[in-house]
Design a binder for this molecule. Structure first.
Ligand SMILES: [Zn+2]
Length: 275
C-alpha cells in the first residue's frame, strides 16, 4: 500500500475504492489516527450513511469485515468522525486526525442464549467478547472484529504513520471518554499502538502509586475523573506519555475489576517500584 495525493493505493498499486462523502470540512494536517466501530449492519450501510449530507458524519476510511477498504475523504481533508473530543493539548480532533471506521455491530444485548444488536441481528458466542470496557464498571458483550479487518487496519495504519509522521493512534473512547465506547475492548488497540510507536511493553517505564490517586481523562484537574478510579495505593502503572507534571498511565493490575485502566494522573504521587 501507499499514499499518493492523499489517496490510498492498494498493494497492486490500484487506487482503493473511493466514494466522495459530502460530509467534510477544510484542509488539515493529520497528527493522530482515531479508530472507530460503525455500530452498523454492514460496511455498505455505513458508507451509504456517510454519503448522505444529512448524516453530517463521515470517516476517511471504512474497512469491511472482509478487509475491503473504501475511502470517503482525502487524508488532508477534515472528515466528521470525532465530534466533541480532546487529546493532550488538542480539542476538536476532526481538525487533527484521520478516522478509520471498522464495520462492527458494537455493543450487544443478551437475547435468549445469544446476543442481539440494536438493529435486530442475532450473534452467537463465537462472534462475541464479554469484557469490561476500561472506562466502565459492568461487563458488556462486544461484537468481535475479523482477522482480515485487524490485519488490514495494521497495514493501513503503518502506511499512514509513515507517510504523515502521525504521533499516536487512539480509540474514539480515548478522545471522547464517557460519550463514546468505540472501538471498545474487542479491538487490540494497545498492541497496535506498541507496534506503530515501536514500543515494547517491557520498554515502557513502570512506577507505582504512593496514595489513592484520581485518574482523569486529560492532563489537569479540570478534566473529569474516570469511572474506574481512583487507583489504589501501590498500583503498578506503565507511563505512556508525559505532559508537564502529568503522566498518562495504564494500570498493570485490575482496578475495581477493570483491566488496562488508562488515563492521566499527577506525577508527584508516583514512585519507582522497589526491586
Ligand atoms: Zn466513533
Amino acid at each position: 500500500m501507499r499514499i499518493k495525493r492523499h489517496r490510498l493505493y492498494l498493494n497492486d498499486d490500484t487506487p482503493c475504492e473511493y466514494q466522495k462523502s459530502p460530509c467534510r470540512g477544510g484542509r488539515m494536517t493529520p497528527r493522530l489516527l482515531v479508530i472507530h466501530y460503525t455500530a452498523g449492519a454492514s460496511a455498505r450501510s455505513s458508507i451509504n450513511w456517510f454519503m448522505n449530507p444529512d448524516a453530517r458524519a463521515s470517516a476517511h476510511l471504512v474497512i469491511g469485515r472482509d478487509g475491503a477498504i473504501t475511502q470517503l475523504v482525502p487524508f488532508n481533508t477534515v472528515a466528521w468522525h470525532a465530534g466533541a473530543s480532546q487529546w493532550n493539548d488538542l480539542s476538536g480532533l476532526n481538525r487533527h486526525s484521520i478516522g478509520i471506521e471498522l464495520d462492527n455491530a458494537g455493543r450487544l444485548q443478551r437475547h435468549g442464549n445469544g446476543w442481539r444488536s440494536w438493529f435486530g441481528r442475532d450473534y452467537s458466542a463465537d462472534e462475541v467478547l464479554e469484557a469490561r470496557h476500561r472506562h466502565e464498571t459492568e461487563v458488556s458483550a462486544w461484537h468481535l472484529f475479523t482477522a482480515e479487518q485487524i490485519e488490514t487496519t495494521v497495514e493501513v495504519a503503518t502506511v499512514l504513520f509513515g507517510h504523515y509522521g502521525l504521533e499516536d493512534v487512539v480509540g474514539h473512547d480515548d478522545i471522547s471518554p464517557g460519550r463514546k465506547a468505540d472501538p471498545g475492548p474487542a479491538f487490540p488497540l494497545a498492541a497496535l499502538r506498541s507496534r506503530l510507536l515501536g514500543r515494547r511493553e517491557d520498554q515502557l517505564p513502570r512506577m507505582v502509586t504512593t496514595t489513592s490517586l484520581n485518574i482523569r481523562s486529560g492532563p489537569g484537574v479540570e478534566h473529569a475523573t474516570l469511572n474506574g478510579g481512583p487507583l489504589p495505593t501501590d498500583t503498578p502503572v506503565e507511563i505512556m506519555a508525559e505532559d508537564g507534571v502529568w503522566r498518562r498511565v495504564t494500570a498493570l493490575s485490575p482496578v475495581n475489576g477493570i483491566a488496562d485502566l488508562e488515563g492521566w494522573v499527577h506525577g508527584r504521587y508516583l514512585k519507582a517500584p522497589i526491586g
